[in-house]
Design a protein around this ligand. Structure first.
Ligand code: ADP
Length: 321
């Protein structure tokens, strides 16, 4: 049971909805009569003592904003035992008794080490547009990012159709094809290429040439950056099909923007649960969603397992795409 103070931080890649989650953590803790500190700029800020007490006003006018007001960073020093010791000392200095970490796999792994080495209670929230945290079928920001990708693909389809082009759309996802798969299915892409599923570029190109011979006006290929570079794929497809091929790399616009309703609501629910759990003495858990309900996942299980791409999405794509 925590009666003094907790802290909240965001870490790793930012994702829309992190603000909503942090806001919920802050307001819930204050409602419960517990002080809240914000750790700015992820583990870097923890090591540099960039730690400040937050009020309810600190999180006003935030729920609709993308990014993270706490800032985020990547920190190599935190990967060392000495670095983490420095971070733990800073937490202790402020009387922080527990920590909510909002971030992806790497950030949650860092949190599991703080817990193991320092004994500080940790509650994690999955914040990443990749939707690749084990144990949860939702991560904060994935819905906004997928909607951004769908919106872009809709626009690219218009121009591809006007010129009878092949349009290759590279979306984020180094090891996870979730964003490519969902945005590809939802935008009616002709081909979706993800790291988890083998593909044959010769077959794809032959198929495209045949469809153009039968009057097709455009082809959309959605590719996850980890499966193949969009530019590399463009060169191969153009060469093999002899059809005008263009590439659009969506890049960082996928991380930004005002979070969708789903991201705001789910992030708020997760933030509230995280603060309540931490205050009541729960530790080493990640809160996520399973079939629409908030669930708790063991932190160590979550970081030690790799989430596979939902086979139902792969099956659906094989039928519809
Ligand atoms: P994400 O949380 O989005 O997966 P990263 O993998 O870059 O992003 O992790 C963010 C930060 O978490 C890193 O810069 C580092 O400080 C910390 N971190 C990541 N992996 C580890 C690890 N294995 N051990 C300790 N800290 C880690």
């Amino acid at each position: 049971m925590i009666t003094g103070a907790i802290a909240v931080m965001t870490s790793g890649g930012d994702s829309p909805g992190m603000n909503a989650a942090a806001r919920a953590v802050v307001r819930t803790a204050l409602y419960e009569g517990v002080k809240v500190f914000g750790i700015y700029n992820g583990y870097k800020g923890m090591l540099e003592d960039d730690i400040h007490e937050l009020t309810s006003r600190s999180v006003s006018d935030l729920i609709q904003r993308g990014g993270t007001f706490l800032g985020t960073a990547r920190c190599m020093e935190f990967k060392t035992v000495e670095g983490r010791r420095k971070g733990l000392d800073n937490l202790e200095k402020h009387g922080i008794e527990g920590l909510v970490i909002i971030g992806g796999d790497g950030s949650l792994t860092g949190g599991s080490m703080l817990s193991k080495e320092g004994g500080i209670p940790i509650v994690g929230l999955p914040g990443t547009i990749d939707n690749d945290v084990w144990g949860t079928d939702y991560t904060i920001g994935c819905d906004t990012a997928a909607n951004t990708a769908v919106d872009a693909i809709n626009k690219l389809r218009d121009t591809a159709s006007a010129h009878r082009r092949i349009m290759i759309v590279e979306v984020m996802g180094h090891t996870s094809g979730w964003l490519a798969m969902t945005s590809g299915i939802a935008s009616g892409a002709e081909y979706i290429i993800v790291p988890e599923v083998k593909y044959n570029i010769d077959e794809i190109c032959e198929d495209i040439v045949e469809s153009y011979a039968h009057g097709r006006r455009y082809t959309i290929i959605v590719v996850a950056e980890g499966a193949c570079s969009g530019v590399g794929l463009k060169n191969v497809v153009q060469e093999k099909t002899k059809i005008d091929t263009r590439v659009s790399i969506l890049g960082h616009i996928q991380r930004g923007g005002s979070p969708t309703l789903e991201d705001r609501i789910k992030a708020s629910m997760l933030g509230e649960r995280a603060a309540l759990a931490l205050i009541s003495g729960v530790n080493d858990v990640v809160f996520g969603f399973d079939e629409g309900k908030v669930v708790s996942i063991n932190l160590f299980d979550s970081v030690n397992n790799k989430k596979p791409l939902d086979p139902e999405l792969v099956r659906l794509a094989s039928v519809l795409v």
